[in-house]
Every structure is written in structure tokens, then in C-alpha cells.
Design a protein around this ligand. Structure first.
Ligand SMILES: [Zn+2]
Length: 267
């Protein structure tokens, strides 16, 4: 996916939704729940880096329009629980501990970080430092949830069966022992999932797995294909507010689907 083209298209579409909301609805429909997916919280020039200042503005906004709850609480929530948000981080960059954690502590928000196994990570999006064991343990004792994001961060669709088991199971067991925890949640690298991967995850005892399909969270979602909304550097605050409305997330889901079809056709 050419991120520049998709960002430009998203920007235009969110502006159209803003205009439409201004004309047709005085009360934007905020009655939605969503799981946000961040990567790096820093001043880096990377597309998936969000600055600490912007991150804090976004957290403050979500707390103004709803509540931010832990991932397990959102999954257990009933239909009546709306305007719930959950914060997740993929890849486990050190900036999550250094920059995001102090901000979230200020607002008593407990997030989830999906970490990678040990080894050479292929196709990782950034060369940034990853969390060390001590930092992961500190996050955990502060009430965060720690999920798994595979051993080497490759697209699970490209892996042979034995490599799939290696990537989702074998290294995970070692890591669980070192960190004295059990992974209950998994986030698919690049959001790419397959029937086979879902089956391995279920057999291995994971309770839920997460994609980046960009739509709102509904409690009837398939537990091994729960959508999250990716936040990137180019999503400015006004657009962020438009995105987290019912219309914004409907559009975002459609947009993500179209980009996935385009990606598949180009392969
Ligand atoms: Zn990732």
C-alpha cells in the first residue's frame, strides 16, 4: 500500500464527513466502541509514530466522550456498554514504556502491548528499540495486559504450517516462562490472518486475536478477528475526532477493505 496516496484519500474523505456532519447532524453519533492500535509514541519521522503531545490530546478526547477500559473488560462488556475505548500497541517498542506509559498513568489508563518473540524480526516496520523484559514486567505490574505478536513478525499467510506453529507457539512458551505470564491475546502482524492461523491460536488457548480492519468494536465480533483502528502520524486531531464517530468508522472500515483488495490484486 502506498501510504501517501491512502493518507491523502483518507484526509479528503474525513473532510467530506465533517461537512456532512455539520449540515445533517448536530449531534454526532459517538455511541461507538473501538480498539485503537498504536505503534511508536515518539517524535520519529516514521509514519506510525505519534508524538507524545498528540497522543495525550487523543487520550484526553476519548476520556471526554467515553471511557477507556482494559481489553479484557471491553471484550466482556455487554451491549449496553457503549462509548468504550481500549488502547493497544503493536510490536512492543521501547517508546511505549518511556513515553506512552507515563501519559497513560496520569489518566489511570491501562493499555495492552503485543510483544514479539526473540530472534531476527523480518519485515518489522521500524528499527526502533524494543521493550526489554524488565520494562514488560513493570508494565504488567502496573495493570497492563501483555499479548503476543508472533516470533518474527512475518505475514502469517506466507508461512508453511510448521513455521506457523513455530511463530505462534514454540517461542511463545519460552517467553511466557521468562516473563512468568500467559499470553491470552494475539495481534496478527500486518493485521493479516488466515483460517489456519485462527485454528492454531484457538488450539493454543489464546482467548482472542486482533486485526486492523478499522471498524468499530461490536460484541458480536468473531473473537479471533476483532477489528482495531490503526492510528498514524498523519491523522490530525480534527480528523481523529471525525474518525471516532459512527460515520467515520464506517467509512474507515470500507476504506481499509478497498485498500486490502487493491493490495491483493497487486500481488
Ligand atoms: Zn506489527
Amino acid at each position: 500500500m502506498k501510504i501517501k496516496l491512502s493518507i491523502a484519500l483518507r484526509k479528503i474523505s474525513l473532510k467530506v464527513i465533517q461537512k456532512w456532519q455539520k449540515i445533517f447532524c448536530n449531534n454526532k453519533d459517538l455511541n461507538i466502541s473501538a480498539i485503537l492500535c498504536y505503534h511508536d509514541i515518539s517524535e520519529k519521522e516514521w509514519d506510525w509514530s505519534v508524538t507524545p503531545v498528540e497522543f495525550e490530546d487523543q487520550i484526553k478526547y476519548l476520556l471526554k466522550v467515553g471511557r477507556i477500559v482494559r481489553l479484557d473488560k471491553l471484550i466482556r462488556s455487554g451491549k449496553e456498554n457503549r462509548s468504550l475505548f481500549t488502547i493497544t500497541f503493536d510490536d512492543g517498542y521501547e517508546s511505549v514504556y518511556k513515553n506512552a506509559f507515563p501519559i497513560l498513568e496520569k489518566y489511570n489508563v491501562k493499555a495492552t502491548v503485543f510483544i514479539l518473540g526473540k530472534g531476527k524480526h523480518t519485515d518489522l516496520l521500524s528499527e526502533a528499540e524494543l521493550l526489554n523484559e524488565k520494562q514488560i514486567k513493570k508494565l504488567r505490574s502496573a495493570g497492563w495486559q501483555i499479548g503476543y505478536h508472533s516470533k518474527i513478525h512475518s505475514n502469517l499467510n506466507d508461512l508453511a504450517d510448521s513455521d506457523l506453529v513455530e511463530s505462534l507457539v514454540i517461542d511463545k512458551n519460552k517467553l511466557e516462562k521468562n516473563l512468568s505470564l500467559n499470553f491470552r491475546y494475539f495481534s496478527y502482524p500486518f493485521g493479516r490472518y488466515s483460517k489456519k492461523a485462527k485454528k492454531v491460536l484457538k488450539n493454543e488457548g489464546y482467548k482472542a486475536a486482533f486485526t486492523i480492519e478499522g471498524s468499530e468494536y461490536k460484541n458480536k465480533s468473531d473473537l479471533y478477528r476483532i477489528p482495531r483502528v490503526t492510528i498514524d502520524k498523519h491523522l490530525y486531531f480534527t480528523d481523529f475526532k471525525t474518525l471516532f464517530t459512527s460515520e467515520g468508522l464506517k467509512f474507515n472500515n470500507l476504506f481499509t477493505k478497498l485498500l486490502n483488495i487493491k493490495d491483493r490484486l497487486q500481488k
